[in-house]
Design a protein around this ligand. Structure first.
Ligand code: PMT
Length: 405
């Protein structure tokens, strides 16, 4: 959606990432948004309010009692006129205060008074971000409907490398635009919990080697994104990929097939729809080495054992869930797909041919045949993975409605 004409209250708290909020203000203003900045006193230690005033061309608030317009009460006026509230950077202290209902300065007071959607972009030291108090506070805010824009992993100003770096201004704006677009889209998955798996798994041989496959995660991430846009509460269990979590999706990172099994089982009971597009390893090494294996003369034989078939396990434990698998085949795709549909007790399966140009692994496009347990075969010709994701979700919703009749 267009942010032009939207009134955005930008809350800036006292972390070094406050400097990035300047670029954010500038870019939002360039997009036509009416940006009103509220700074904590500590934020003003990092960046001058005058900088934000010049960039936003609006007065900047740092003090509840510094009323700039006698005819208005500033914190109520800002709270009422905001189309959305963005906290960037949000420090651990600010997050803790909001979760505790504290309103002891201009920013937290305005936040308590607003009914606008609030987006929180945390930025802090990696250990602070992992602290149980911060996690508890974020869970509380999540339960109240506040939305998080996850920090990136990378070099932090404190010298550590890890998760805690404020998401880049361009990405924050993209997420805001996507979220707003999502709000305008049909919400036919509202109230549904959807679990999607994506990407490859990695099965360790030693500290420098592992077995994996070509999955990029694009298909699964597209499904997660499409489901979130249509109003579902989405959990994305992802193997290692280069992709960023889609807006509004709860992402759980895993590495091995066994990690994925545990992550999926821990949330399975509460799901309405489960879509398993991950390319899970069927085998893992029987033995892994703590130390790098040294080259030896002659060939190397690595004994492999079967991993647990996650989809089969889910099929055997299925209660109310609508369970959808994927089948990546190189030949006789429909025949093999139908076999998996039945053997794994699925409601439907999406068959794609890998090794074909413009389909399967890595590609931005795919070509899928949706097979359901009633014998329906619906072919979707080559299209972007985003469009294929929506087509799959349409079929799932239609099948779920038919099951209810
Ligand atoms: O990630 P991309 O680059 O976008 O590529 C997308 C894709 C090709 C990976 C995707 O469209 C796809 O086909 N995913 C399924 C790949 C796969 O593992 O297929 P399979 O036929 O080997 O497995 C059948 C089903 O069983 C899959 O749903 C798989 O997740 C599941 N499975 C397999 C093995 C295992 N141990 N546990 C499982 O749950």
């Amino acid at each position: 959606m267009n942010l032009a004409g939207k009134t955005i209250c930008l809350g800036v708290s006292g972390g070094i990432a406050a400097y990035k909020a300047c670029a954010l203000t500038s870019k939002l203003t360039q997009k036509g948004a009416d940006v009103h900045v509220i700074m904590t006193q500590h934020a003003a230690e990092f960046v001058s309010p005058l900088t934000f005033q010049a960039l936003s061309r609006n007065p900047v608030y740092t003090d509840t009692f510094d009323e700039k317009h006698p005819e208005k009460i500033a914190h109520i006026d800002l709270a009422d006129k905001a189309d959305l509230f963005l906290l960037a950077p949000a420090t651990a202290n600010l997050i803790g205060k909001i979760a505790g209902g504290i309103a002891d300065e201009m920013l937290t007071t305005t936040l308590l008074a607003t009914e606008a959607p609030v987006y929180i972009a945390p930025a802090m030291n990696v250990h602070m971000y992992a602290h149980p108090a911060v996690i508890r506070n974020m869970q509380q805010l999540d339960a109240w409907g506040y939305r998080f824009i996850e920090p990136e992993a990378g070099y932090l100003a404190c010298g550590y490398v890890g998760k805690g770096r404020l998401e880049e201004p361009e990405s924050i704006i993209r997420i805001l635009e996507e979220q707003a677009e999502q709000a305008e889209q049909a919400q036919d998955l509202a109230g549904k919990r959807v679990l999607v798996t994506a990407g490859p798994t990695q099965e360790t041989v030693d500290p420098v080697r592992f077995f994996t496959n070509h999955s990029s995660g694009k298909m699964g991430y597209s499904i997660a994104e499409a489901a979130a846009k249509r109003g579902a509460a989405v959990t994305l269990v992802s193997g290692p990929t280069q992709l960023t979590a889609p807006a509004g999706v709860k992402k759980v990172d895993v590495v091995s097939a066994d990690d994925m099994l545990q992550a999926v089982l821990s949330v399975y009971d509460e799901q309405d729809i489960v879509i398993k597009s991950a390319a899970v390893a069927d085998y893992r090494p029987v033995q892994t080495s703590d130390k790098k294996m040294k080259k030896q003369a002659g060939n190397l034989v690595i004994e492999m054992e079967r991993t647990t078939d996650i989809l089969l396990t889910l099929g055997q434990r299925k209660q109310h869930q609508f369970l959808v698998g994927f089948a990546a085949e190189t030949e006789d795709a429909i025949t093999y797909g139908l076999g998996k549909l039945e053997r794994k007790h699925l409601d439907a399966i999406c068959v794609n041919t890998v090794g074909k140009d413009g389909a399967g692994f890595q590609s931005d496009t795919n070509e899928v045949t949706y097979l359901n347990k009633e014998g329906k075969q619906q072919h979707f010709p080559s299209n972007t993975k985003q469009q294929i994701a929506h087509q799959i979700l349409n079929e799932i919703l239609a099948d779920m409605e038919a099951d209810e009749v």
